[in-house]
Design a protein around this ligand. Structure first.
Ligand code: NAD
Length: 322
């Protein structure tokens, strides 16, 4: 039986991953550690609370004592999702990003190193590479060049992870994914925010001219990729996780409005985000070839599923908006 510590497992990707993992493996135990910040929500994992293989622990990756206690039982894998994750918030108030994303990850690395584990997966982001022009893709060998306090804090955590591999041969693997979307995403991120505003008949505020480009992955595909990296990933390596499906923010929003039969008159352009990166796009050759992963969902189908989920689960997001 494998025991896995999932941090941030009541957030968006972490809750999807916890559900995915428990469904896929009968013989496993998930310890789900979450601080329950504004972005942690017990409703995201309510269906998993009765499952004896799932143990929810309210607490922080910064709490060394608590982490030591969790290691009283042998832990085989750690997947570190816990983070402050919203760029806009990092522009307004960034210190907590350093505390959680850098110091928290460092604390977790240190406790795990002392106890010994099989694999530590650091869930990172394409944003650490910085911005691209119209052409080109970032590979795992590209320089990191983050633009905002969020991406800088994630880059800092990545460097600590790599240093633990080089210094201690600590079994860490870094995954860098493009933009996720899907069920249970907190309604401050583009797709849930715009979907909810569209459903409510409100204005949809789009930064700048809406031409900024992101690459999109359905959260379920990201969870599958992480699971495969746990299984087949090489220690000390970085794996980009991406789909090749690039789209501008304005086209994403227009598609959401189309799916909901709403008018594009709801769109409203607002002043641009400070330091707004123009384009992120990843080369995913390594994960395709070395891990054998490829996405199942295309953007059209994934977005359709997602919009339907937010239409159906208004109780879930109404509570958060209140
Ligand atoms: P999220 O904000 O929905 O979830 C993060 C979770 O971490 C929250 O539930 C929060 O309560 C928890 N948390 C915060 N501080 C904590 C602490 N000190 N200890 C324990 N838990 C803490 O974010 P998400 O979108 O699910 O992202 C998860 C991870 O994936 C993050 O590390 C993020 O950088 C990375 N990532 C996200 C995306 C994306 O598009 N959402 C893309 C690439 C990488």
């Amino acid at each position: 039986m494998k025991r896995i510590l999932v941090t941030g497992g009541a957030g968006f990707i972490g809750s999807n991953f916890t559900r995915y993992f428990l469904n896929k493996y009968r013989d496993c135990e998930v310890i789900n550690l979450n601080k329950l910040t504004y972005a942690g929500n017990i409703d995201n994992i309510r269906d998993l609370l009765e499952d004896k293989r799932h143990r929810f622990v309210k607490g922080s990756i910064n709490d060394e004592k608590l982490l030591q206690q969790l290691f009283n039982d042998k832990i085989d894998y750690i997947v570190n999702f816990a983070a402050e994750s919203h760029v806009d918030r990092s522009i307004e108030d960034s210190l907590i990003f350093t505390k959680t994303n850098i110091v928290g990850t460092h604390t977790l690395l240190e406790v795990a190193r002392k106890h010994g584990i099989e694999k530590f997966i650091q869930v990172s982001t394409d944003e650490v590479y910085g911005s691209l022009g119209r052409d080109g893709l970032f590979t795992e060998n590209s320089n990191i060049n983050p633009s905002n306090p969020y991406s800088a804090s994630k880059a800092g955590a990545d460097l600590l992870c790599l240093s633990y591999y080089k210094t201690y041969k600590f079994p860490v693997i870094i995954t860098r994914s493009c933009n996720n979307y899907g069920p249970y995403q907190f309604p401050e991120k583009l797709i849930p925010l715009m979907t909810i505003k569209a459903i409510k008949g409100e204005k949809l505020p789009i930064y700048g001219n809406g031409q900024n480009i992101r690459e999109w992955i359905y959260v379920f595909d990201h969870c599958r990729a992480i699971d495969m990296v746990i299984d087949r990933g090489k220690i000390g390596e970085i794996y980009n996780i991406s789909t090749g499906e690039e789209e501008s923010n304005i086209n994403i929003v227009k598609e959401i409005l189309r799916l909901l039969n709403k008018s594009e008159d709801q769109i409203e352009f607002v002043s641009d985000r400070r330091g707004h990166d123009f384009r992120y796009a990843l080369d995913n050759t390594k994960i395709l070839k070395e891990i054998g992963w490829k996405p199942i969902y295309n953007l059209k189908d994934g977005l359709n599923e997602t919009v339907k989920w937010y239409e159906k689960n208004q109780n879930w997001w109404n509570k958060l908006i209140d």
